[in-house]
Design a protein around this ligand. Sequence first.
Ligand code: C2E
Ligand code: CA
Ligand code: CA
Length: 549
Amino acid sequence: MDRAMANNTFSDNVRVLKSEVSKTAYQGVAVAIASIVIATLAVCFYQNGEISIDGIINAQKNNFALWILDIVPFVFGVWGQYSGSIIAYQASALIFDQTQELRNRAEDLEKQANYAVTHDALTDLPNRGLFYDRVEQAILSANNQNRLLALLLIEIANYKEVYDTLGRTSSDQIIKQISSRLQGVVLGADSVARIDGNIFSILVSDLTDGKEMELLAEHIQKVLESAFVVERLSVPVHANIGIVHFPQHGEDVDTLVQKAGVALFMATSSNEGYAVYEPSFDEHSPRRLTLMSELRHAIERGQLELYYQPKVSIQDEVLYGAEALVRWHHPKHGFISPDEFIPMAERTRMITQLTLWVLKEAFKHCAAWRKQGKKLTISVNLSAKDLHDPSLPDLIAGVAVSTGIKPEWVILEITESSIMTDPELTLEVIDRLSEMGYQLSIDDFGTGYSSLAYLKQMPLTELKIDRSFVQDILVSENDDVIVNATINLAHNLGFHVTAEGVETEEIMDKLKTYGCDIAQGYYLSKPFSVSAFDKWMIESKWKPASEAS
Ligand code: C2E
Ligand code: CA
Ligand code: CA
């Protein structure tokens, strides 16, 4: 609030309070005047045995007690005005201070919330989103002032190995130490960011020539060379560094990050452990790195399509719904599996657009089926990055309204690992989605480390047992026991259970005896295009329940 506005509010408060107090003072004056009149009349009557004008004048002239009484209204008036002003000022100041304090507290909380959304909880460094924003701003001002920029991606190459050997707590310690060392190199936290579990980035905005970056890369390698110490263990870390220059290698942040990724890949096979991007790298870099830039255009060029895989209720043999699975028809490479391009999209901001596209398509198809009276529930996969975005529930609500979908027709599938990377942020988003009426499912259950007891604390409705367990229940006693026990435990905790990877009738029969609720897998069908799915619904023995039932 600016000072002039604050002053106005303050004097308005004083005016209101003063007029309230004045009202009471005026009442006091009125009572005093009434007392004078009554007392004068009483004195007049007492002295003359009647009430007359002369008698009243005489009483007022000669009676000392009445003189004192006459002064009272003036005293009341002046005193009332004076003390009224003081009380009004004090009360207003009190209210004003308290309001200001509450406002400051609200501002602090807002700042804290914004900070959590834009920073990495472990290192306190800017996260991927904030880093992209900063690069965008730097590009704008570099364009205006004809300046050069550089961007470095630093990948901790042996991070997975460290994590597998030392566990989460110790690897977190190492990441923190790496973060401190990097901030020491560039003298300031703002230009360093952690954009992925094992990838840091640095934005350099006051460049004079390209050679500087190679010196910086060498310096970083040196700084990371001495081993990190955690729990009295000495742990060496190997880093690779990819470098790109603006505007030479790209004019927008996505292109720059993609090309830095190519340079990073080439750095792995170089002696120095760093590489500056060159266009010739594109030929040698793995397909995924060139695909990454093409994925950005895949949506607008209509190369993506949603396929649907049926989910069937095992006990009553009706078609329960379908899982939406995205497909990319690449003009040169043909069909590309989501297993290849989803992780790629997750490394850039593409995943947000992709998820939004998938939601729009899936909701549209589901609305059409419901209109035909088919009671189908649609399952949509969300990625970890989606769940770290606090605006996701609003985005979904927007798509639901524009397509005419009811939240209870939708199951949002999330994986254990997405909850684990940033539980606080993810839980907030999950809670909101659940409050809005969406069903939430834990996908690929059994492949992560979370326990059912932990998952129970979340507003989940469905648990999907990973296909790696289900596929082998007939041949592996171990998997058989795991699947059976998981179904029982999940039921006891109130979850619905879907078994993925149901490839044969025998598996389906066995799951039925275990009381499993829903099956999904090649035995029922592979994922289909919408038209093939519509045809399958006519021909197959599993029919959707009708909307009325
Ligand atoms: P998922 O969510 O576990 O999806 C199930 C995958 O298992 C699908 O692979 C499906 O084709 C395959 N599958 C289904 N039944 C069987 C079976 O009986 N046996 C075997 N061996 N496989 C079966 P798909 O379509 O290639 O998808 C792979 C993964 O890509 C998905 O795994 C999911 O994690 C991700 N994905 C797919 N579409 C999307 C999407 O729209 N958004 C996000 N974020 N991820 C997606
Ligand atoms: Ca899934
Ligand atoms: Ca799955």
